[in-house]
Design a protein around this ligand. Structure first.
Ligand SMILES: Cc1cc2nc3c(=O)[nH]c(=O)nc-3n(C[C@H](O)[C@H](O)[C@H](O)COP(=O)(O)O)c2cc1C
Length: 381
């Protein structure tokens, strides 16, 4: 038996042991950008659970670029110290690590997910949260009642580029194997891309080429700062799912330019410019509902892609690799439910490799699974 899901993949100088990826997922419990004991356990356990690549959540390259008061940051040199044990723990468990570098733009200064994901309320502020001025390509708020952003000047843009570059350098200093630039979900870089948020009249707004210019400048600068053997991912929203917004064919143009700029993998998500929970006619969520975008970019641009979004079963993950949809498969919420998803998937696909398990577990579980030991038997020590 063999399964593509458990074949290694080499990207530049890094070999992932398999194609199972834990995508970036904000945990909203950092302290002034610093990772805590929760983060170390949280991320370490996915590597323990057999994933080949573990992403660390959206990490603000500036303090104002955090989504919430509880988001991770990499805007101070001393953030390196709290991130380093996470990268180390992931590596020691045999997986590779990727830090997602992010700037939340006009969706910054908001509530943690469990507080509602909306603009901060007086109650949140009374409870200790800080509110700050947000920046965006244009002075257009995300939605009614959200912070009115300040339209960015060229100086702001230079600062953001430098912050992404410094963030990438700090991520490597913390021991991460690679970084991803967050260009999706309505955050700063995606809000340059989409005409729904970008109403600039200079060379960064208007035509598709102009709207792509700033995110591309960020990608070029980050690539230039990374050693040749370090992979670079970019997460994009392949479509806004909104008429008059960013369209899948725009993503083809973007992916082509990103590839030329030295981005190795396009991580294909979608949406982010609609209020949380809102929906419209063109968006039908179902198993692997975004994966066809990954396939389109892989075929048309010949770039490696990562598929994500409602991929829950090993069979579906394997099928997406077999049919050439993507090179990597990200398992988000299902892995929160089952952090050992990758090991369990290998068993379901008939390719269990006990050497990939932590030996502390594997020596016993392998005997039990091969019928050489029984759970009813009393273990001796
Ligand atoms: C709790 C939570 C936090 C998330 N945070 C991020 C994030 O930091 N960056 C990002 O690009 N996507 C984020 N996402 C989106 C996920 O990476 C993923 O694309 C999405 O959950 C769909 O995959 P799934 O259906 O396998 O969960 C988050 C999703 C969840 C559930």
């Amino acid at each position: 038996m063999s399964a593509k899901l458990f074949e290694p993949l080499t990207i530049r100088g890094v070999t992932l042991p398999n194609r199972v990826v834990i995508p970036p997922m904000c945990m909203y419990c950092a302290e002034d950008g610093h990772a805590t004991a929760f983060h170390r356990t949280h991320y370490g356990k996915f590597a323990f659970g057999g994933a080949g690549l573990v992403f660390v959540e959206a990490t603000g390259v500036t303090r104002a670029g955090r989504i919430t008061n509880g988001c991770l940051g990499i805007y101070d040199e001393d953030h390196i110290d709290s991130l380093a044990p996470i990268a180390q723990q992931i590596g020691e468990m045999g997986a590779k690590s990727c830090l997602q570098l992010a700037h939340a733009g006009r969706k910054a200064s908001t509530q943690r997910a469990w507080q509602g994901n909306g603009p901060l309320t007086q109650e949140n502020i009374d409870a200790g949260d800080e509110r700050w001025t947000v920046i965006a390509p244009s002075a257009v708020p995300f939605s009614e009642g959200w912070e009115m952003p300040r339209a960015m000047t060229r100086a702001d843009m230079d600062e953001v580029i430098e912050a992404f570059v410094i963030g990438a350098e700090r991520a490597l200093a913390a021991g991460f194997d690679m970084v991803e630039i967050h260009m999706a979900h309505g955050y700063l870089l995606q809000s340059f891309l989409t005409p729904l948020a970008n109403q600039r009249t200079d060379e960064y707004g208007g035509s598709l080429e102009n709207r792509i210019r700033f995110p591309l400048e960020v990608a070029l600068a980050v690539r230039a700062a990374l050693p040749e053997d370090v992979p670079l991912f970019a997460r994009i929203s392949a479509t806004d799912w909104i008429e008059g917004g960013w369209e899948p064919e725009d993503s083809v143009v973007l992916a082509r330019l990103l590839k030329r700029a030295g981005v190795d993998v396009v991580d294909c998500s979608s949406g982010g410019n609609m209020l949380h929970g809102a929906t419209n006619a063109s968006l039908q969520r179902g198993p692997a509902y975004q994966a066809h975008f990954a396939k389109m970019l892989r075929e048309e641009v010949e770039v490696m892609t990562q598929a994500v979004g409602l991929i829950r079963t090993p069979e579906l993950a394997e099928q997406l690799l077999q049919d050439g949809t993507a090179d990597l498969i990200a398992i988000g919420r299902q892995a929160l439910f089952d952090p050992f998803w990758a090991h369990h998937a290998a068993e379901r696909l008939g390719v269990t490799n006990w050497d990939a398990w932590p030996p502390q577990y594997g020596w016993w579980l392998s005997k039990w699974k091969r019928g050489l030991a029984s759970m009813d038997e009393a273990p001796l020590d």
